[in-house]
Design a protein around this ligand. Structure first.
Ligand code: GLN
Length: 558
């Protein structure tokens, strides 16, 4: 092999991790595409409840990686955690399959099975996700760390190829609607089963190929048991671990409890959302109050925190994909795609597809700008990401403005939304991950990744809260009309519904009042989308304005 080829070549282990993660994301995103529709159509919960469950579920999926990372470091090692996490997720899917098989005869049992399934998947994801990502980094010796950006771009494509395939297969077999729009509520189970099979495949790929390929350049297996590691497995400075005093740890626990109670009782957040917000803040507080930090280190950590705060608004807007946007795709969209009726849960597939298409062009774009010395600093790229999200919702807001209660949104507008949002994601998500790596002092790196993931988790929780303010979509008005009720008049309070009508509406999961956010009543889809325009727009403007301050505080890091 010529030295030129060697310089560009990636270790075979990267492709094993790529394949494993691809099947795992197939399982995760395939199931996720169906989850809210299953909750609403089979388990008969309201869309609002489904959005809150979805937000809490995703949020917890990004809280447990802290635990998975910790257990891998101290006890089990990356490999075992990946195998454990993969197996747990496959079992979780089987529980969902069972839930979706029994709901028509025993809905309460089906709900219990769904809760157990989500719990198992949350822990499975916590064991799997941080460990597979950190193994990507450890495949490369120190002198080849410059390949890491490309390695993560390739890996990010694996993630999204999996998401694409999952959102293709699971909706085709699991989200079945006939031409008249009548859904086969018994089909969801096949989607969950396919997701489970994908996870089993991913776990087997890893199990079989890991010893041969997931190895260091010297051929030693990577990610083994921590007790078996020797000093040569650590890079210089890596073994330095953060050590907190007992006093600091106690303070952090007290802060966690206090903040949790504050979010729950004062801000009215549910228990899960309160735990997510409180753990992020108390962990951030614990790290920044450490007395061993120098001024430069503290400044850089503060930059991570500021960025992490704004990233919350990004994910809150971005992660409407599996909840409110799927409901809109289901209930008020003309999904005719070149003559074919696309299943509603499949519409979000365009995100994965566009990432696979655009990840390389974006990384080439940054390379080009860097050569010309014009590459923006990372927080500016992220501010661009936020601005793009605002633009995407602005366009859609104007397209739903004149739809009224029975007009249908053309699918091309949702495709355009996912195209813009994917560009936004590529400006923000991979950039954020590598920024944390560059800014974090080594001894706090994994904890700061923890804070960063917790900000993702908080974004998902906020996504749940915001998804729950989706006003009534077209199907609700039609359904109410069939029941002899003028829903628009009820919502406008121009007629007062009788007790019997209220019960009829509730039995059909239709709310008789408009949702309210921050004191504002949300009357229609236009106002709903404008909430996201305002939130991400303001976040973006502030982030742009902070550029000089952030640049100074980064002390030379870009
Ligand atoms: N879509 C990516 C994944 O599933 C990133 C998600 C995130 O960082 N919040 O890994």
């Amino acid at each position: 092999m010529s030295s030129e080829t060697a310089k560009l070549k990636h270790p075979k282990g990267l492709w094993v991790l790529f394949g494993t993660e691809m099947w795992e994301r197939f399982n995760f995103y395939g199931m996720r595409a169906l989850l809210t529709l299953f909750i609403v159509n089979s388990l008969l919960l309201k869309e609002e409840e489904a959005s809150l469950i979805y937000g809490g579920f995703l949020g917890l999926c990004y809280l447990t990686p802290m635990l998975g990372g910790f257990i891998a470091d101290r006890f089990l090692g990356n490999r075992n955690c990946i195998l454990l996490g993969g197996s747990l997720m496959a079992v979780g899917q089987l529980f969902l399959f069972t839930s979706a098989s029994v709901f028509s005869s025993n809905i309460e049992l089906a709900k219990t099975l769904m809760w157990i399934a989500l719990g198992i998947i949350i822990f499975g994801n916590g064991f799997f996700k941080p460990n597979i990502s950190s193994m990507v980094g450890s495949l490369y010796p120190k002198q080849e760390k410059n390949k890491l950006d490309t390695a993560f771009t390739i890996f990010y494509m694996g993630i999204n190829l999996g998401a694409f395939l999952g959102q293709l297969i699971c909706p085709i077999i699991g989200d079945v609607k006939d031409v008249g729009g009548i859904r086969d509520v018994h089909a969801f189970k096949w989607g969950f089963l396919a997701a489970g099979i994908a996870m089993v495949l991913g776990t087997i790929v890893f199990l079989v190929l890991k010893n041969k390929y997931v190895v260091s350049p010297e051929g030693k297996p990577l990610g083994g048991l921590p007790s078996k590691r020797d000093a040569s497995d650590f890079e210089e400075g890596e073994s330095q671990k953060a050590v907190f005093s007992a006093k600091a740890l106690i303070l952090a626990v007290v802060a966690f409890a206090g903040l949790g109670l504050l979010f729950h009782y004062v801000f009215g957040q549910n228990v899960i959302y309160s735990i997510i917000y409180a753990s992020g803040l108390s962990l951030a507080g614990l790290i920044i109050s450490d007395t061993s930090l120098t001024k430069v280190e503290r400044d850089r950590i503060l930059v991570i925190y500021i960025v992490a705060f704004f990233v919350i608004f990004f994910w809150a807007a971005f992660e409407q994909a599996g909840s409110s946007l799927t409901f809109i795709a289901d209930n008020q969209t003309d999904r005719n795609f070149f003559g074919w009726q696309m299943p509603p849960s499949m519409v979000q597939i365009f995100n994965g597809l566009f990432v696979v298409m655009l990840a390389v062009p974006f990384s080439l774009l940054w390379d080009k700008l860097r050569v010309r010395d014009r590459e923006p600093i990372s927080p500016v790229k992220q501010a661009i990401g936020l601005a793009l999200i605002a633009v995407s919702y602005f366009i859609i807001a104007f397209n739903v403005k004149d739809l009224g209660n029975d007009g249908l949104l053309a699918i091309k507008w949702l495709i355009l939304l996912y195209l813009i949002q994917t560009c936004a994601e590529l400006c923000l998500s991979p950039i954020g991950l590598s920024l944390v790596g560059k800014l974090a002092p080594k001894r706090f790196a994994s904890l700061l990744y923890g804070v960063f993931f917790l900000s993702n988790a908080s974004g998902y929780a906020l996504a749940g809260t915001l998804g729950a303010i989706l006003p009534a979509t077209g199907d609700k008005f039609t359904k109410a009309q069939e029941l002899g009720i003028d829903l628009q008049a009820v919502l406008d309070k121009t007629v007062t519904p009788t007790a019997e009508q209220l019960k009829l509406l509730a039995d059909n999961q239709i709310s008789a009042i408009n949702p309210v956010f921050a004191g504002f009543e949300i009357h229609n889809l236009f106002e709903f989308f404008m909430v996201f325009v305002v939130l991400t727009g303001i976040a973006s403007v502030i982030m742009f304005a902070l550029k000089p301050v952030l640049k100074r505080m980064m002390h030379g890091v870009r």
